[in-house]
Write a new protein. Structure first.
Length: 294
């Protein structure tokens, strides 16, 4: 029993301690609730203050923005007015400068026209007149020279046709009309020189003809004489030169040639040892070549 009583007292003491602890906790809870309510009130007050401050700040910001917008509009209006005034001033200055330049251009145009009139109507310089006279004399001299050359050309053309016709009548019945080659004489000289160089060697054609003559004698036939060498034509054209095939009518008389205004001096062919040795035909051919190679 003592143990139970001790246990009961202990439990009662424990209960009283617990009750006092609960009372303390209730007191703390009450205190905390009061603190919470106080803090809530303060928080509400602070929130209201924050909202008030925010609204005031927003109002101030809006007011400042409005003020800035109005100031910007005023400055923009002032700048626009200044710009328009400066633009008008610049336009007026440009128009004035343009008018001044137009006046200068018109004055310079008038001066240029007057100068051009003076230049067109200027008097000729003595040196220019002298040069013009010299050029006119030179032109007239050249024209007379050209006219003289044309007349000489016509005369020589007619003389050439006349001489060619006469030559073809006398020496050749089938004329070979063309350009005379003055190099034929040199070629014939070379051929004659080569023939004279090898004249000491036996002539093959002569030996062949002699052999044929001997054979003909044995067979009872007479030996045939060697054929004469072919005579070159009188008028041989230059290689690759144009030829014309107009046959001259020997029956039709030629027009009389017009003599030149001044007598012509013809050079006589030079007399050399070769020309003295050559035949008259070769010498005549050389004269024709020198005569027609003008």
């Amino acid at each position: 029993e003592r143990e139970l009583l001790g246990r009961i007292t202990e439990l009662q003491e424990e209960v009283s301690r617990r009750k006092s602890h609960i009372a303390q906790l209730d007191h703390q809870i009450h205190t905390l609730n009061e603190n919470i309510s106080t803090l809530t009130k303060e928080l509400e007050l602070k929130g209201k203050e924050v909202l008030k401050i925010r609204s005031e700040a927003n109002q101030q910001i809006r007011a400042h923005e409005q003020e800035l917008i109005k100031r910007h509009e005023r400055e923009l209006a002032e700048l626009s007015a200044v710009h328009s005034r400066e633009t008008q001033n610049m336009l007026s200055d440009f128009n004035k400068a343009q008018e001044v330049l137009k006046d200068k251009i018109s004055a310079l145009q008038i001066l240029l026209e007057g100068t051009e009139d003076k230049f067109r109507n200027r008097e000729s310089r003595p040196e220019d007149l002298q040069i013009i006279a010299e050029l006119k004399d030179m032109v007239s001299e050249r024209e007379s020279l050209v006219k003289k050359l044309v007349d000489d050309k016509k005369f020589y053309q007619l003389e050439l046709v006349n001489r060619e016709t006469s030559f073809n009548k006398v020496f050749n019945a089938s004329p070979n009309v063309g350009v005379i080659n003055p190099l034929i004489k040199q070629k014939r000289k070379n051929e004659k020189t080569a023939a004279s160089r090898f004249s000491s060697s036996p002539n093959l054609r002569a030996l062949e003809a002699a052999g044929m003559g001997v054979a003909g004698t044995g067979s009872g036939q007479l030996p045939q004489p060697p054929p004469p060498p072919a005579q070159p034509s009188r008028l041989e054209p230059i290689p690759n030169s144009p030829l014309h095939h107009l046959e001259l009518n020997s029956n039709k008389p030629l027009p009389p040639p017009t003599p030149p205004t001044e007598p012509k001096k013809f050079m006589s062919p030079p007399e050399t040892k070769d020309s003295a040795i050559d035949s008259p035909d070769a010498q005549r051919q050389e004269w024709f070549a020198q005569y027609f190679s003008f």
